[in-house]
Design a binder for this molecule. Sequence first.
Ligand SMILES: *Cc1c(COP(=O)(O)O)cnc(C)c1O
Length: 494
Amino acid sequence: MEKKYISTRNQQKEINFYQAIVQGIGEDGGLLVPDFDFTKMDLDVLSKLNYVDLATEVLSTFVPEEGKELIHDACLNAYGKGLFPEIVVPVKKAGDVYVAELFHGQTAAFKDMALSLLPYLMTLSLKQLKEEREVMILAATSGDTGKAALEGFKDVEGTCIKVFYPLDGVSAIQQQQMVSQTGKNVKVVGIHGNFDDAQSAVKKAFASEELKVASDQHNVFLSSANSINVGRLIPQIVYYFHSYFELVRNNEIKLGDKINFCVPSGNFGNCLAGYFAKKMGLPIDKFVCASNKNNILTDFFTTGKYDANREFYKTNAPAMDILVSSNLERLVWFMSDGDGEKVRQYMDKLNSEGVYEVDDATFAKIKDQFKAGCLSEDEILTTIKTCFNETGYLLDTHTAIGYGVLKQYQQETGDHTKTVLLSTASPYKFPESVYQAIYGEELDVYTAIDKLSEKTGVPVPQALAGIKEREVLHKEAIDKTEIISFIKSEIEAM
Ligand SMILES: *Cc1c(COP(=O)(O)O)cnc(C)c1O
C-alpha cells in the first residue's frame, strides 16, 4: 500500500511522507492528512519496547516501507542521546490522576517531544527528495514552540529558522529563553499583535505567490515547524502508547483495559495525536479536552459550532491563548469521513464569517469521544493550590487546567475511568503564578523560581538553570502587518 498524504481541503495532489514533512501545509491552505488506513499495532509487542524502539515502530507506519531504518536513527538522535531522561516521559501520580510529564526535554516544554525529532525528519526528508535548496522554517509561537524549534533547528545544515512571538503574549521565562537563543541560522522577532496574528501571517506566507517567486529566485523554500506540520503531529502519538504501557507495567491497569486521556489544549495537536493513537488500536475511551478562558474548543465540543467571533483573552496559561485552533480542521476531516469539499466549505465560512457549524452526523461522532471543559484564571490558581495541598503534586498553570477540568468532568458524569493527564509544562515555566497560587505572594519571576524550589523541594529543570544571566541576542520587533514583508526581505538576503 502506498502511503499518501492529501489536504483536508481536497485540492492538493497526493504526496508521500517526505514531501509532506518538507511542504508543511497543503497547497490549498488546508492541512496534510494521511490518506490511508492507520496500522493496528500489536500492543503486547509494543509494551515491551523502550521509548526509542516504540517511537520507531509507531512512526514508521507513516513512512514508506524502506524508511524504517532512517526513522530509527532519527528517534535515537532525538530521544536516546541524553536530551531526555532515560524513560523520556515519566508518569507520576497526583491522587488518583496519572500525570505524564511531557516537559523533560531541553527547553522544559512539551513542544520538545516533537521538535526534538522534527529537524531529523526534515533533514532525512530533504535527502530522500534530493532537495538542494535551503529550507527556511517559519514558526509562530505562543511561547513554547519558538524555543523548542530554535533549539531543535539551531545550526542544522541546510536550514534556517525564523520565530515570531507576540511581544506581550508570552511569559517572562519564555521570552528570555527565546531572545537568548544562540545559533548561526536563527532569528527571533517580537511582534505587536497576538498569537493568532502571528499564526495567520505565517499561514499566509506559505500561500503567497509573491514569496514563492522570491523563494525560487533565491534557491530557498519555506516550511513550517508549527503543529500544522505532520512531522510535529505524529511524534506525539508515541507518548500516548508509552503512558498507557507505563500504567500496565506498574500494574495499574491490564493490557487491553480502556483509559481516558485529559489534554490541556490550544492548537489541538496534542489531543489529535491521541485520536491517531486510538485509531492505531490503543484502548482509549474518552478524551477530555481542557481550555482556559479562551474556551472556543469547549463550546465547539458541546455545541458543534466553532465561533471565533469573540474576545481574545491573555491569561496566566498563555500557551493556550488561542482562537484559531488549527488542528481541529484535521479532526473535522476525519469525523466527516475525509470529505474535503465539506471541510473546505467550513473553513471558507470560518475565514469569511468567523464561524462554522458541523452537521449533526459529524457532531454526533465527535461528541461521543471528546468531552470538554474550561477553567477561569482564578480557578487555575485554586486548582494548583488544592492539588498541591491534597496530593503534594506541583502543577503548572496549563496542566492545572487539565486537572481541574478532569475533576469537574468526573463529578458531573460519574465517569471514573482511569485517566492520564498530559502535563504540558514544568511549573518553573510559570513560577510567578504557581508561587502565588500556593503561597499567596506576588514575586518577580526569578525570586519565584528560587523560593518555589526551596519550599516545595521540586527541582528546577536543568533547561532553566542560569536563565537570568543569559545574554539577550535578539531585540527585533515589528508590527503584525509587517511579518510578510519581513519574511520577504529575509528570503532576499539569502
Ligand atoms: C502548546 C501548548 C499547549 C497546547 O497544545 P496544543 O497541541 O497546541 O493543543 C498546552 N500547554 C502548553 C504549555 C503548551 O506549550
